[in-house]
Design a protein around this ligand. Structure first.
Ligand code: ATP
Ligand code: MG
Length: 568
């Protein structure tokens, strides 16, 4: 797949993507009095996902970069699907990524009166009519891109009759679906959206902001451009599926705009991510059917899911910047997002010792009553991050995987009669094991070499393997939630059949007896990021309590992006 590498080509010599170049050109040409005003227009019918982030990073980012403003406008034109729960969550998620709309918070429902007035004016000018056909009949008359549509039998009804019916539609005299208001444009247009598009439909569900004031609600195409206009938006940036809508956007805006100010629509490619789905409908289904644990499940591509998983705002922005904004669709590899978060956390995450699948290691020649204090760097990438202390004793926990009784040739971890270094401590040599009645290893025995304590003279003897460890008497038990891809196929949306059948059955593994070092146990706070030595990056989950630390695995240490990038 080549699309991911367009990021270089997608920017001009000033490092601007094509949307930014258009903005710069418009500003230089003095359009709209040299003003820049963008908007982010979420529909409050779901939580924001990383695709929405790509959109609002552009909207808020361009405003910041070129001295403009960005409005947050809730596109609340369909009371059947919308909810205040989503409004608050959307605001929170935008703030999380570091953007703010200031006093520029708007709702499409603010413009219901002006939109209604415009519709009435268009009826009076013979540009709109009430159609009493069913939606099936209207669809059947629409034609195809190569076959012109047919005129509705109601298309030429007298203006007075249209006006009367539209007023009565809004008074609630007719049932939902009984009639619609359509623009009278051209049933033979090459652009299907021009074939007498619907402007208003009847909805009787009360609106969460305007209550029962309205019984007719504007369609997206009749609301969006005009809302941009009412707000003074100059650049209405959206995704490519709106390209065919653009002529209609311009058609309705022309009913209002003059030469001094006119908003324009610019479209860029959506973000699509491998191993997940981005459709709000499908995400809602996963939540409603309990296939994930809510909108903030760490496997979800929602911003709250990513946050809970341990993704950082800067890693998401970095990823969006790398994939760039272009005019052609692409499927973006999740490994690149993982690469971005790994790079970010490598710089900032404190290193700690945690054993996720513990087995006891006993140093038979180490005195029973002795403990020493070892000193560990908090972040070798950033020595200003300081150090912390870790107790060392005769009984330790190590990873079960780090021991093999009959190892293959290149196994440099622990096995009988072999030596390894315990990180930041001593070189040890394995002397034997104890097994239970099922043949499972219960304890591993070793002897330490007192001459090899890290950092002391004479400690430079080299061995091939280094293991992490946690001192057993002071270790604290913790839960680790280990996540994998939500779907088991790369592009679930491209597959036939039910997308739910493609869910990865092993996307969550819970370990309840991980052992963490005491220094970490003392400072656990939800949302804090750590690198567990040799295991990966982890974040403290909000389910954590003082007695029961819970961590989510953000991502492992091994970067799989380079391999994919080189295949391109
Ligand atoms: P729907 O309209 O079907 O409910 P939506 O995902 O388009 O779903 P909106 O709330 O309308 O939801 O989206 C707000 C903005 O986010 C729109 O401008 C839309 O173009 C943009 N957006 C949505 N999905 C993506 C995506 N995957 N990549 C980039 N931008 C997106
Ligand atoms: Mg949409």
């Amino acid at each position: 797949m080549k699309e991911e590498f367009i990021e270089e080509e997608a920017k001009n010599e000033n490092g601007l993507n094509f949307v930014e170049q258009e903005i710069v050109n418009d500003l230089a040409a003095g359009k709209n009095g040299g003003r820049l005003n963008t908007r982010f227009p979420p529909e409050p019918n779901g939580y924001l996902h990383i695709g929405h982030a790509k959109a609002f990073i552009m909207d808020f980012g361009a405003a910041e970069k070129f001295g403009g403003t960005c409005n947050l406008r809730f596109d609340d034109t369909n009371p059947q699907k919308e909810d205040t729960e989503y409004v608050e969550a959307i605001k929170e998620d935008i703030h999380w990524l570091g953007y703010d709309w200031g006093d520029r918070l708007y709702y499409a429902s603010d413009y219901f009166p002006q939109l209604f007035d415009l519709a009435v004016r268009m009826i009076k000018e013979g540009k709109a009519y009430v159609d009493e056909q069913t939606s099936e009949q209207i669809a059947a008359q629409k034609g195809t891109p190569t076959v012109p549509g047919q005129n509705s039998p109601f298309r030429d009804r007298p203006i007075e009759e249209n006006l009367d019916l539209f007023m009565r539609m809004n008074k609630g005299e007719f049932d939902e679906g009984a009639m619609v208001l359509r623009a009278k444009i051209d049933m033979a247009s090459d652009n299907m959206h021009f074939r007498d598009p619907i402007m208003y439909r009847i909805i009787k569900t009360p609106h969460w902001r305007t209550g029962t004031d309205w019984k007719v609600y504007p369609m997206y195409d009749f609301a969006h451009g005009q809302s941009d206009y009412f707000e003074g938006v100059t650049h209405s940036i959206c995704t490519l599926e709106f390209v065919p809508h653009r002529p209609l956007y311009e058609y309705f805006v022309r009913e209002l705009a003059d030469d001094s100010y006119c908003p324009r629509q610019i479209e860029f490619n959506r973000l699509n991510l491998t191993y997940t789905v981005m459709s709000k409908r499908k995400l809602l289904q996963l939540v409603k059917e309990g296939l994930v644990n809510g909108w903030d499940d760490p496997r979800m591509p929602t911003l709250r899911g990513l946050r809970r998983r341990g993704y950082t705002p800067s890693s998401i922005k970095d990823f969006v910047n790398r994939i760039g904004y272009t005019k052609y669709e692409a499927l973006n590899h999740i490994e690149l997002l993982e690469h971005s978060v790994r790079e970010d956390l490598n710089k900032t995450a404190t290193r700690v010792s945690v054993i996720q699948n513990p087995v006891k290691l006993i140093l038979t020649n180490y005195p029973e009553d002795k403990t020493e204090t070892m000193v560990m760097d908090n972040n070798p990438e950033d020595l200003s991050a300081g150090q912390h202390e870790m107790p060392f004793s005769r009984e330790l926990w190590i990873e079960r995987d780090d021991f093999m009784e009959n190892p293959p040739k290149k196994f440099f971890r622990l096995s009988p009669d072999k030596e390894v270094r315990l990180k930041g401590a001593y070189i040890i040599k394995c002397t034997g094991v104890k097994k239970n009645e099922n043949g499972e290893i219960e304890e591993i025995y070793a002897e330490y070499d007192p001459e090899t304590r890290s950092g002391l003279p004479g400690a430079d003897r080299k061995v091939k393997g280094t293991l992490h460890w946690v001192s057993a008497p002071t270790a604290v038990d913790a839960e680790i939630r280990d996540y994998d891809r939500l779907f088991s196929v790369e592009n679930p949306s491209a597959e036939e059949g039910d997308f739910r059948d493609l869910l990865n059955p092993d996307s969550l593994k819970i370990r309840t007896n991980a052992k963490i070092e005491p220094w970490l146990a003392e400072r656990i706070k939800a949302g804090d990021h750590y690198q567990f030595q040799r295991l990966g990056y982890y974040v403290v989950d909000p389910d954590t309590t003082p007695d029961h630390p819970v961590f989510n695995k953000t991502i492992g240490l091994k970067d799989t992006w380079a391999k994919i990038a080189n295949k391109g």
